[in-house]
Design a binder for this molecule. Structure first.
Ligand SMILES: Nc1ncnc2c1ncn2[C@@H]1O[C@H](COP(=O)(O)OP(=O)(O)OP(=O)(O)O)[C@@H](O)[C@H]1O
Ligand SMILES: O=P(O)(O)OC[C@H]1O[C@](O)(CO)[C@@H](O)[C@@H]1O
Ligand SMILES: [Mg+2]
Length: 540
């Protein structure tokens, strides 16, 4: 281990204990148990590993195998003799390097939360030739999954000489319900050119005890778990059970989500590809709308609880007249409602494009259709088709106005945008992510998700990733930019604005500097009277 850190129960910054106390706390937190002890019901909150420093500096560190296997041997990192890497100056990460969670600070602000910087370490805790690694992909598809798989296999092989990498097929349940496949640099050579995941994926079927039995039986030393927020929660349980059994197995999460709904991290891989692919659908909707009398194009994009794809696709396109996302409620009828806006925009421009994230307006639809909630195998709410519903409502509205005929085309490219192979920049991102992941595992870190934070790759403890979802903050500038670009109504009530303030991160935003070209959110009373209330004042 590199720094003297503090292991504490969830609490603010701790005071440094003696190494003996640290060990005692760890020992009391697990017993080297036999396999499959009866399922332990209530989940203990994961222990946090915090180290304090001057000026309010806090390192939220990740577990290390030596936390519970203190006798573990370490070895020189074989990279130091690697013909390609040995010439790199400062190739190994400085043990004290950390990555700041917030990089915009004031002279008087505390230094705040930091994460351990990702990258290769001087010493590794595995004899490369003896490692069995395993890779699993869970949850929905996302461009770049195959690239991450490829780069894990090739990186382990080329950089560390690890030759035994097992693919777990069909998601979490594949650990105990399927055979594994051997992954070699040759077998994965071309997979990054294909969409989807060569390993298959699934929802549900997360049985921690059976999965860890499988890890134990197969002698897996490193497990790379690629998936979204649900998957990372599963990975956290697997890590806890691995630690409870005292297994020398590094559990590493690689965040994947088309929705970009994973907290803390800059952006998830595949997101850029998805936004790019969404442009094709928006372009088609625009061409159709422009070519018809009072043409309306409706495009539904993915985004279960977070509207990032819709927001970025709208901003990138400039052809969109209205963007609807789950975070920003809207209403149809009456003054300031969506239908009034559609009518006004058609009168002004003769055509319009609406982009709607699939999770938008779910309450409205459920209310109008009196439907009970249903859930998928992972427990996620199954969404009602907002695109179809919205198209229907718009058509019905204009049917009541025979002098105002419209032509509406509904385009649903949702699965198309996530089934494509990743673009060039996502491929590079996936490569770096895979490398950061395997460097961390080889160095003995475990129980972490790897991802860029403010442009630097970091190891982030699972609890940080799983405690909340990343959402569009509608009181932030980015959403204001969208509203400025589309010139759509704000739809917000006073309560919505109040509620939206609660979406913000726990660390308060810095006050805007006077004179800055800041964007401000106004209450509806400040929206202009024609229901076309903009949220912007000044350029961003
Ligand atoms: N709270 C949880 N604890 C343990 N496992 C979970 C939990 N939530 C979900 N999982 C498991 O994680 C896997 C993936 O979860 P889910 O289907 O929610 O997708 P995801 O990882 O969130 O990805 P995405 O939402 O981007 O498709 C499933 O096998 C599911 O059973
Ligand atoms: O793959 P499924 O089960 O159809 O679920 C689709 C969901 O998966 C996601 O692609 C990722 O969570 C969402 O955008 C979408 O709502
Ligand atoms: Mg999810």
């Amino acid at each position: 281990m590199e720094t003297a850190t503090v292991v504490v129960a969830p609490a603010p910054v701790a005071i440094a204990p003696t190494p003996q106390r640290k060990l005692m706390e760890l020992k009391s937190s697990f017993a080297p148990a036999a396999k499959s002890s009866p399922a332990r019901k209530p989940k203990q909150q994961a222990k946090k590993k915090l180290a304090g420093g001057s000026g309010g500096y806090v390192l939220e560190d990740v577990p290390h195998l030596t936390d519970y296997l203190p006798e573990l041997k370490s070895y020189p990192n074989p990279l130091q003799d690697h013909p390609a890497y040995s010439v790199v100056k400062q190739y190994f990460v400085n043990p004290d390097d950390t990555v700041a969670k917030k990089i915009v600070v004031h002279k008087s602000s505390a230094r705040g939360t930091h994460f351990r910087r990702a990258g290769p370490r001087q010493r590794v805790y595995f004899q490369p030739g003896e490692v069995t690694a395993a890779i699993v992909t869970c949850g929905g598809l996302c461009p770049g999954l195959n690239t991450v798989i490829r780069e894990l296999v090739c990186g382990l092989h080329d950089m560390y000489g690890v030759t035994r990498v097992l693919g777990i097929e069909g998601g979490y349940k594949g650990f105990y319900a399927r055979n594994t496949v051997e992954l070699t640099p040759r077998s994965v050579n071309d997979i990054h050119k294909r969409g989807g995941t060569v390993l298959g994926t699934s929802r549900g079927g997360q049985d921690t005890a059976k999965i860890v039995d499988s890890i134990q039986d197969r002698g897996i030393d490193q497990v790379y778990i690629i998936g979204g927020d649900g998957t990372q929660k599963g990975a956290a349980s697997i890590h806890e059970e691995v630690q409870r059994r005292g297994l020398k197995c590094a559990v590493v999460g690689v965040p994947k989500t088309i929705d970009n709904d994973i907290a803390v991290i800059d952006k998830s891989f595949g997101f850029d590809t998805a936004v790019e692919e969404a442009q094709r659908a928006i372009n088609a909707a625009h061409v159709e709308a422009e070519s018809a009398e009072n043409g309306v194009g409706v495009v539904k994009l993915m985004g279960r609880n977070s509207g990032f794809i819709a927001m970025y696709a709208t901003l990138a396109s400039r052809d969109v007249d209205c963007c609807l996302i789950p975070e920003s409620p809207f209403y149809l009828e009456g003054k300031g409602g969506l239908l009034e806006f559609v009518e006004n925009r058609l009168r002004d421009n003769g055509h319009m494009v609406i982009v709607v994230a699939e999770g938008a307006g779910q309450d409205l639809i459920a209310r109008s259709m009196h439907l009970a909630d249903t859930h998928d195998a992972s427990g996620n709410k199954v969404l009602l088709d907002v695109g179809l519903w919205l198209s229907q409502k718009i058509k019905e509205h204009f049917k009541r106005k025979p002098s105002f005929p419209i032509t509406l085309k509904y385009i649903d490219p949702t699965y198309m945008i996530r089934a494509v192979p990743s673009n060039a920049s996502d491929n590079v991102y996936c490569t770096l992510l895979a490398h950061s992941a395997l460097h961390g595992a080889m160095a003995g870190y475990t129980g972490f998700t790897v991802a860029p934070v403010n442009g630097r790759h970091a190891y982030i403890p699972f609890y940080r990733i799983t405690e909340r979802q990343n959402k569009v903050v509608i009181t932030d500038r980015m959403w204001a930019r969208v509203l400025c670009s589309t010139n759509q109504p704000c739809f917000l009530t006073h309560e919505d604005v109040e509620g939206a303030a609660g979406q913000e991160e726990e660390e308060p935003h810095l006050p805007l500097v006077e004179g800055e070209n800041a964007l401000v959110v106004r209450s509806p009373s400040m929206c202009n009277g024609n229901g076309n209330g903009h949220l912007c004042s000044g350029a961003a």
